[in-house]
Design a protein around this ligand. Structure first.
Ligand SMILES: [Zn+2]
Length: 221
């Protein structure tokens, strides 16, 4: 049934949302992507998202979310805040309200574009402690969006219960392993592909990749 429907993918150009974009292309008849520009630490992210969307022939909207930068100082929105993870605290990369706002704006855009499906790469498993990546939050927001716009949105979270190894596996099953490995940008230091190799995002991505390659018996190089 979904093969006849249209979806909007919340898309950052990273490993997770690019895997979701491939998943959505396989799942839905029509797919559009939306990227939010909130003055990310690295504007390279927006450029990578544009490149991938164009390459995959997905109509792409880049929306200005500068307000979020003004309101929510974080290591992702301020170059003078270091990326740190302290025991018992949210990481300094947490941007307050980000997924609440992104999913809400994606829904508004989706309704206008005739799409009731919204796809996001949020994930509870490799949990950084971000409260708005939790399944309970997404389900709650889904109800709120439907009530607020009198529309039957369905928020899809294909990665919600996958760890990073399983996300690589999904990319592989979608025929997108090399593409995701080479073309996406996950690194907090703005480097594409395997990235800087040192920041928390690179470490998580690389560990999952190593585990997946090992599981495959080293056959993926
Ligand atoms: Zn990095």
């Amino acid at each position: 049934m979904l093969k006849h429907e249209k979806a909007v993918v919340v898309f950052s150009g990273g490993q997770d949302s690019t895997t979701c974009l491939f998943w959505a292309k396989q799942t839905f008849k029509d797919v559009i992507a939306v990227t939010f520009n909130y003055g990310q630490r690295h504007s390279a992210e927006i450029e990578v998202a544009k490149e991938i969307a164009a390459d995959l022939q997905v109509p792409h909207h880049v929306l200005d979310m500068g307000l979020l930068n003004q309101l929510a100082p974080s290591a992702l929105t301020r170059s003078n805040i270091d990326i740190e993870i302290k025991e018992g605290e949210l990481p300094s990369t947490f941007v307050e309200g980000r997924n609440l706002l992104f999913l809400s704006f994606a829904a508004i855009l989706g309704k206008q574009a005739g799409a009731r499906h919204i796809v996001t790469g949020v994930c509870e498993t490799d949990f950084s402690g971000y409260p708005d990546c939790r399944d309970s939050f997404v389900k709650s927001l889904n109800v709120t969006l439907n009530l607020s716009m009198d529309h039957e949105f369905v928020i899809h979270t294909p990665l919600m219960w996958l760890d990073k190894k399983e996300t690589w596996k999904l990319a592989d099953e979608l025929g997108a392993f090399d593409y995701v490995r080479e073309r996406t940008l996950t690194c907090y230091n703005g480097l594409k592909g395997s990235g800087c190799g040192e920041c928390p995002a690179c470490t998580l991505r690389q560990n999952g990749l190593d585990q997946y390659i090992e599981e495959k018996g080293g056959s993926v190089q």
